[in-house]
Ligand binder design. Structure first.
Ligand code: ZN
Length: 318
């Protein structure tokens, strides 16, 4: 059996996995990203991690078909350079080639959001479905994602498409660190939800959210907020409703632009399941453009969690 190696290079961690032909991860591990290190040092950490995973499974590089890596930046597939990476020393580094030279194996690379969307398409939310197009949205520190059209990753003319987080939803809104005002991620990321909850808690000292976070507001996260919703806490419910209204604006925009077969949402918040998904669906499908069409985008929770990036990267060749 041939295996593939998938690597998800993040700003905080490097995760890697050995993936079999049926998209199952047979072995995975991670190491912290050496944020202050040079690109050579980071590449060397990746090489060590991959060799260690192979050794743990008693595998050799001969049994590996190819390697793929998702990177947090613009992955120029024409020249093999990472052209722009937030917070990592990768500006104009021929990343795939350097990795290929060290591991002596054909190496493919792409943006991490694209790799995760590809993973969901082939092995997660899109698996076994009659599906040609999929949008994957990840709610984290920002709002990231990827677009699959006609069963291929859509990258745009300069490989930096699908920056959903920087779609403006209020041009007079809150400033974003990209330089524009009112970007989607300032309202709809997991970070935004937490900020909105903290503001509401400071206005409502009786909210059950205080107890749920042990009276320590720095401990508030998405899980706690939806626990509050489950307990019918009024503040938590208002926070969640307000957040889902913002989230729905961007999701509706994406559906209006692409009308994909599937739109899947990942990130920690999506663990709240139907408490989160049902109100979101109600908000989206009451305002989506073609709301009377018989066929609608299937709006679902992503299935692979953090593994999407590893599996998608492993199959970038395909
Ligand atoms: Zn922005």
């Amino acid at each position: 059996m041939k295996y593939r190696v998938g690597i998800d290079l993040g700003g905080t961690n490097i995760a890697a996995g050995i993936v079999d032909e049926s998209c199952g991860i047979v072995s995975k591990g991670s190491v912290p990203t050496n944020q202050k290190g040079s690109s050579e040092e980071i590449i060397s950490d990746i090489v060590q991690l991959v060799l260690q995973l192979l050794e743990e499974r008693d595998l050799t590089m001969d049994e590996v078909q190819s390697i793929g890596i998702g990177v947090p930046g613009t992955a120029n597939k024409e020249n093999g350079f990472i052209e722009y990476a937030n917070n990592l020393p990768f500006s104009h580094v021929p990343f795939a080639r350097l990795l290929e030279e060290k591991l002596h194996k054909k190496t493919f690379f792409d943006n991490d959001g694209n790799a995760a969307a590809w993973g969901e398409f082939i092995a997660g939310a899109g698996r076994g479905k009659d599906c040609d197009s999929l949008i994957a949205v990840t709610l984290g520190t920002g709002v990231g994602g990827g677009i699959i059209v006609n069963r291929s990753i859509y990258r745009g003319t300069n490989y930096s498409a699908a920056e959903f987080g920087h779609m403006v939803i209020d041009y007079k809104g809150i400033p974003c660190n990209c330089g524009r005002n009112g970007c989607y991620e300032v309202y709809a990321s997991a970070t935004a939800l937490i900020n909105q909850a903290r503001e509401a808690m400071n206005r409502n000292k009786n909210s059950a959210l205080w107890k749920l976070c042990g009276e320590d507001i720095s401990q508030v996260d998405g899980k706690i907020i939806f626990k509050g919703v489950h307990l019918k806490d009024i503040t938590a419910r208002q926070v969640a409703k307000n957040y889902i209204d913002y989230l729905a604006v961007g999701i509706t925009n994406m559906i209006n632009l692409f009308q994909p077969d599937i739109l899947c949402i990942g990130g920690g918040i999506s663990a709240a399941g139907s408490l989160f998904l049902e109100p979101l669906k109600n908000a989206v499908f009451s305002q989506v453009y073609s709301c009377t069409s018989q066929k609608q985008t299937d709006l679902v929770i992503a299935e692979l969690g953090n593994d999407a990036g590893i599996i998608g990267a492993a199959f970038l060749e395909c």
